[in-house]
Write a protein that binds this ligand. Sequence first.
Ligand code: 26W
Length: 872
Amino acid sequence: MSTFTDPKTIGKPVRPRRHVRTLTGYLPETDAQGKEKWPRGDEKAWKDNMRDVDKDVPAITKSFVSHVQTSLARQPYNLDTLGAYQAAALSVRDNLLVNWNETALQYTRRAPKRAYYLSLEFLMGRTLDNALLNLDLKQPYAQATQKLGFNIEDILEKERDAALGNGGLGRLAACYLDSSASQELPVWGYGLRYKYGIFQQLISPEGNQLEAPDPWLDNQNPWELPRLDVAYEVRFYGNAERVRDENGNTTDRAQWTGGQEVLAVAYDVMIPGSYTRTTNNLRLWESKPKRGFDLNSFNAGNYEGAVESSNSAAAITSVLYPNDSTGFGKELRLKQQYFWTAASLADILRRFKNIGKPIQEFPDYVAVQLNDTHPTLAIPELMRILLDDEELPWDAAWQIVTNTFFYTNHTVLPEALEKWPVPLMEHLLPRHMQIIYDINLFFLQSVEKKFPGDRDRLGRMSLIEEGFPKQVRMAFLACIGSRKVNGVAELHSELVKTTILKDFVEFEGVSKFGNVTNGITPRRWLDQCNPELSALISSTLKVDKSVWLKDLYQLEKLLPYAEDAAFREKWAAIKQRNKERLAHHVETTLGLTINTHAMFDVQIKRLHEYKRQTLNILGVIHRYLTLKNMSKEEREKVNPRVVFFAGKAAPAYYIAKLTIRLIVNVARIINADADTKDLLSLYFLPDYSVSLAEVLIPASDISQHISTAGTEASGTSNMKFCLNGGLLLGTVDGANIEIAEEVGESNVFFFGHLTPAVEDLRYQHTYHPVPIEEKCPALAHVLNQVSAGLFGDAEVYEPLLNTIRQGDHYLLSDDFDSYIAALAMVDEAYLDRTEWVKKSIRTSAKMGKFSSDRAINEYAESYWNIEAQHIS
Ligand code: 26W
């Protein structure tokens, strides 16, 4: 631990200041007449020279060239496309900053209630195209760069994804930021500025996933603004001593001292709304050592010791954890969580204090949304600040806390519910552990009062799970510390209430528990990724996209056009061109040629047993075996199909990695089989990312969302495919159900057992197992072929196959037959192309509900109680 002693302060008591430096608030001063005073210098000199957003080609050209010359120090002679991307990005950033500054100023002056979205993950993808579209500047930038010798699409391709997230939860956070700004809501995001985002996925010659670091900041990041003036100290370890009252009795307060202190430094990312001036902020924290070196060790000649503390401080924000369902217990991950929540709360509190209101009014000005349990430490942290720094009594502090926080649950899978070992918490955050024990004590006392003598219930509801070691149950802490709790789709929210939080519903009443079905931003997931379809919609509806992109229910007006043959032809032609675009991408990146006249069947998401990519690949093998057994004449009637997979597996998730290996090796065999390759081919596209999704999704005819019923909380890619006119093949799970409700069951392909049956089926597998040969001969045959080495590596796949043969927790053997039947129905439907295109149009037309604008407005109205602020 570093103990640096500045010679100037020796002998003087050093009172740690938690906030290191701050900007002064910029509320306007008024003169005697109440008129606003210009803050400094000559008002005209300022105002004449302050820039506005560049809107025309000459201004954009000038700004681009000026960045080439002075920001990049380049010439037309040595400017490559990457340089052109950087110049374009810097020029767009200038425009964003103008709006961003104005938004911040107006929020400060009006001091409305604000909401803060705390998420460990923001899966932003690329920014340039999105910013150009939201600012309505794509055309002039395309023209300006064209004139200077560049193609805008080539420039856009040079940007690296910002991949600070694992999957659904992180991308949802990104969509919500886009919608908040687009709906002019005062919402800021808070996260971590990881030096390395989600790993890059490589596939070895054997088909194994390999992980390589993602150094996304290597080419510099024009989309962030380092704010070295915004920094907070964050403490770890040390001692927490209870403060005693005048009679020597312990109080609710404590002093936390010693340990390690690190600095959190802010980096701000501009979040432009669509067709509005509002540009919100995503604040990401970077960890830095509080002192560059330890002077004591330095004096003693111990150089390594001197730099050690700086190493461990920087480590906190160095890497995004690549796990999406397990992987807690790691001290560094807990450090990330506290570092981020402590810095964010300190920043929020400072902003609140600038308004000059009493602390009791905090919840009238601040709502904090907890994106899953990852930021749950914000609850004991705010308690700590209110008790120890603000010196409030316990009840007053708890009142403020429980009116400030809102908790969204994203999973009911037991293994994904966060728990932290008590000894680790006690060591790293001794004061917070005390507070958690106190919260638990008061909470269990009130449970006991309502349900006297129900000891089982107390055990079930305790924040501390008994065992070796004891563990803190974060979902319970998030639940009791929040004003409201929500799930992310209707079915999932019901499951939250009836399973993991059942006791809490009985205790606190059902009205605390709600649902906000997830959404996706139609700006990125239609206008940006499928510009031709967007243009067709605008011209057909005769409504500018600036209108319908923010009122997605308008898509319903497309319904009558399903009956219009000319429109259907245009619709189908766009799908075809998107398939060709994907084929071109695969050709240039992987050197593979794809049959674009086949049906494109896509499953892209994190690899996980519950998502059942295994069911899909076994279905592909079944199809292959069936084709092999057909006569030439029979084969001629078969509808050609190209199956795409993409997705990453957590690096330690052995079974998921084995599934990838099986997919890759099945692809190797069937793509080379002359008998069948024109009818069935299979591709595993490595390194799935937001940018790859933007090419894959518009190209799909059918996509698969086939989780065991009750396991996928919502899913959001299902919405993206449907919005782009892809049909859905899925189980009755998550948001699939609500999609079917909107588009009508005749337009989706459902199969499989329903949620209420799952528990029973699992019981059967455990206590009355039936051999798979008996239960599902078709599946048994497929498994046996894999075991026999049809795809090489005979023994390698046994552990994967055994998850089905023994226990079959995800019920593949129960759903296999109906899955194969559903695939056959898809084939049959595709043969009638006219009817298929009608289904495709009807599906897109009914996706209004799934705009993240609808979702974010529900949070704003029913949870946060915040209002739109128009920025003039
Ligand atoms: C390591 C701990 C951990 C546990 C769970 C990390 C991350 C998670 C997330 C909750 C995983 C996740 O992304 N869940 C997905 O959230 C989406 C947005 O709500 C839903 O659409 C998906 O159904 C859900 O799996």
